[in-house]
Design a binder for this molecule. Structure first.
Ligand SMILES: *Cc1c(COP(=O)(O)O)cnc(C)c1O
Length: 374
């Protein structure tokens, strides 16, 4: 280290250090990273939380105790099972994945999206998805240095199969992500369109069924019939967002390659044990999903009655449009203790809001507050 004159104060030392770090970052980090922002997670303490598609129902007390019991033998001094076969078999059984398929487990399905894009990053070929879609596809493509191509949905968030396939022909994507149903519109694109896209795609197609518990539709039966089709699932939306467990299913010849990119102990022992326990009590989550679907349809009807443009949904959330008022309604709801999602950075979603379906009481409170703000 060259000797440098000591700055006058500690504050100046820090400033000096910061400017050296900034210079170093300018040489080492890509401009997209330096200019980008981290995935925004708003403060939600004390609010009715209807912004993140979580299951609003707590565990029944008796089940909570049994769950805690199931964790009691966990050996925290040991690394977790690096390849938990029993858990994978149970996930396949629960998720109706054909038994011959392979799985890759992720710390949330977000991590699997990251693994998938990492795997193809060397090609330089773009990642493609409908626009709008789940934000992590474009975010992670950017992090890993791949271009992202968004193929616009129409003004009613429908997929135009012809223009989608044309876009694939033009930009030769390495991976196409199709969230099915789509987040944030809640739409379930026709299965025939998905099939045509899988057939026409020059690379991988990942069908992301994060909302499978609510749509009750799956592409799982197509696995193994197309060389380029993979399926993504998560336990987050049906009630276990805090566990962080997702899985990617597909022909073993694919999952074996992708599994090389997975960090060996990415699924911790508490998650493994908890997931096994809850897969043995999955009826509680299917009952809750039924109730959420019922509440979703009730809320949809009530919002239509208020004259709001709201889209029919096959998920546990509703997208709606409040031209000229969305930001004010969002902050008005917040003042009344209710947090929902306001879209700010997508041109096609300006003045759109997304509300996750809560409990009966939460939905009632949301609706009353919303009505008072219109
Ligand atoms: C929420 C969501 C995910 C991510 O889920 P995690 O498993 O919690 O990381 C993936 N895809 C879509 C479409 C989602 O809406």
């Amino acid at each position: 280290m060259p000797a440098r004159q000591l700055p006058a104060s500690r504050n100046e030392t820090m400033k000096d250090m910061d400017s050296i770090i900034r210079k170093l970052q300018g040489c080492l980090l890509r401009p997209e990273l330096l200019q980008g922002t981290a995935y925004p997670v708003p403060q939600s303490e004390g609010l009715i939380k209807l912004d993140a598609m979580e299951n609003p129902h707590d565990l029944p007390e008796a089940l909570r105790w049994k769950w805690l019991d199931s964790l009691s033998g966990a050996m925290l001094n040991r690394y977790p099972d690096a390849h938990p076969d029993l858990l994978m078999d149970q996930l396949k059984l629960h998720g109706e994945i054909p038994p011959t398929m392979g799985l890759v487990l992720g710390n949330g399905s977000d991590e699997l999206i990251q693994i998938l894009i990492t795997a193809v990053a060397g090609t330089g070929r773009p990642v493609l998805a409908a626009e709008p879609s789940f934000a992590m596809y474009s975010l992670l493509a950017g992090h890993l240095g791949l271009p992202f191509v968004g193929v616009p949905l129409d003004s009613d968030f429908r997929l135009d199969r012809t223009s989608f396939i044309k876009a694939m022909e033009q930009c030769n994507p390495s991976i196409v992500f199709l969230d099915w149903p789509n987040n944030p519109s809640g739409r379930l694109f026709p299965a025939e369109d998905l099939e045509a896209i899988v057939e026409a795609a020059p690379g991988l197609v990942v069908v992301d069924e994060a909302y499978h518990a609510f749509s009750r539709q799956t592409f799982a039966g197509h696995l193994g019939h197309h060389p380029n089709l993979l399926l993504l699932r998560t336990l987050s939306k049906e009630g276990l967002a805090g566990l962080r467990l997702g899985y990617l299913a597909g022909p073993r010849i694919w999952t074996e390659q992708l599994d090389k990119l997975r960090l060996p102990y990415n699924i911790n022992i508490l998650t493994q044990r908890s997931a096994l326990f809850f897969l043995g009590h999955s009826e509680i989550f299917s009952q809750q999903a039924d109730e959420i679907r019922e509440q979703r349809d009730w809320l949809y009807g009530k919002m239509l009655d208020l004259g709001i443009k709201v889209w029919p949904s096959r998920t546990n959330f509703l997208l709606f449009h409040l031209p000229g008022k969305a930001a004010a309604v969002h902050s008005g709801l917040r003042e009344r203790g209710i947090l929902i999602k306001l879209f700010t950075d997508h041109p096609c979603l300006s003045d759109h809001l997304r509300v996750s379906v809560g409990t009966r009481q939460e939905n009632g409170a949301f609706l009353a507050a919303l009505e008072s703000l219109l």
